[in-house]
Design a protein around this ligand. Structure first.
Ligand code: NDP
Length: 332
């Protein structure tokens, strides 16, 4: 038996990315695929990080040769861990998949039992990958906002990078929880899409993108930011007394050109969100909240499904900023 995978190799300066047929038993003998559970992957997806790895644009891959794919969803084929049995539907994101452990842009993967989350019943494997790391991260941000005591009566919530993967899901979740969401976007032509997701108001992201004063008019009870840089600095400067800002991304930049003023004068709380090494308890509650509070079909309008052979072109497109929304990969 064999399976097909997106296989990345590097020898000195010589990099190659290809579709490769591998014997099933290669998963049993390779230290990069250690794990108790063999999963027949049905769907994966292409995140920006996958694009970087497949196009060899930044050092995402730490060990070679690597099978790409940060996220996957499929059916357990066999398990030596009692926690899982053949036929279980599972989803996995992060944990160094596609970086230090063979990933899920493949028809099969051998994975650690403790990395897997049972796929909520309402989600197909394609739905789960349409959500993917981006949607999961959005839910982690939204849960942080709610768990910190911000309620729909606290005031408006700002979501930056609103038309992106993280932003779209955050807009949808927060509005379904009753918050009044202001969606900041550079794509004002996507206003109808953001309003349909539940935004109450759409804001031109240019109003947040340039250097601003350390303290500005108080506007936001909470912020979900996937943009970083001046946008995050301005968002903090505009957050109300005691408000919450969650920071998960760097679409504008990795810098944070801010002052401590919002934190020491308004008691604003800045919360960092990481999805890759997120502890299991938080993962399972985020996926179950996604299942109960998020309609993955809302992403249909921005989800494109491609085959394994299409990932090389999609990787280039995502890096060039030409991909809109989410790209799910049907690996079979
Ligand atoms: P997308 O590419 O789907 O969305 C990013 C959005 O940011 C864009 O759609 C755009 O939204 C906005 N944007 C892009 N460039 C700029 C810019 N120069 N200035 C201001 N806004 C900009 O990415 P994701 O939503 O999947 O991810 C968003 C960020 O979150 C990324 O930096 C990613 O690396 C990070 N991330 C972090 C995770 C974690 O674990 N912490 C997990 C997942 C993602 P619009 O046009 O609407 O303004």
């Amino acid at each position: 038996m064999s399976f097909t995978a997106v296989y990345l190799t590097k020898d000195g300066d010589l990099f190659s990315a290809e579709l490769k047929h591998l014997e099933d038993n290669v998963l049993d003998s390779n230290p990069l695929s250690e794990g108790e559970v063999v999963v027949r992957i049905e769907h994966s997806c292409i995140n920006y990080k996958d694009g970087l790895a497949i196009a060899n644009r930044s050092p995402v891959v730490r060990v070679w040769p690597m099978i790409a794919g940060v996220d996957g969803a499929g059916i357990v084929e066999s398990s030596s861990a009692p926690k899982w049995k053949a036929g279980d539907r599972v989803v996995v994101t992060g944990w160094g998949l596609g970086e230090t452990h063979w990933g899920c842009l493949a028809q099969r993967a051998r994975l650690k039992a403790d990395w897997l989350v049972a796929l909520p019943g309402s989600f197909s494997t394609a739905d789960a990958m349409s959500v993917g790391t981006a949607g999961f991260t959005a839910m982690l941000c939204c849960l942080a906002v709610r768990n910190e005591g911000v309620t729909p009566t606290s005031g408006d919530v700002l979501v930056t990078g609103a038309s992106g993967g993280v932003g779209s899901v955050a807009v949808s979740i927060l509005s379904s929880w009753g918050y009044r969401v202001v969606a900041a976007t550079g794509k004002l032509n996507e206003a109808d899409y953001l309003l349909a997701l539940g935004a109450a108001e759409v804001l031109d992201r240019a109003t947040l993108a340039a250097p601003g004063k350390p303290l500005q008019k108080e506007r936001w009870a909470a912020v979900v930011d996937s943009v970083g840089s001046h946008t995050l600095a301005n968002a903090c400067a505009q957050t109300r007394y005691g408000g919450i800002v969650t920071a998960c991304g760097l679409a504008q930049g990795m810098d944070f050109p801010a002052s401590v003023a919002p934190f020491i004068l308004r008691g604003v709380k800045l919360i960092g969100i990481d999805s890759v090494m997120c502890p299991m308890e938080r993962r399972t509650s985020a996926w179950s909240a996604l299942a109960s509070d998020f309609d993955a079909r809302k992403l249909d309008a921005i989800t494109t499904v491609v085959g394994l052979g299409d990932v090389f072109a999609t990787a280039e497109q995502i890096l060039a900023g030409r991909v809109r929304g989410r790209t799910v990969v049907d690996v079979n």
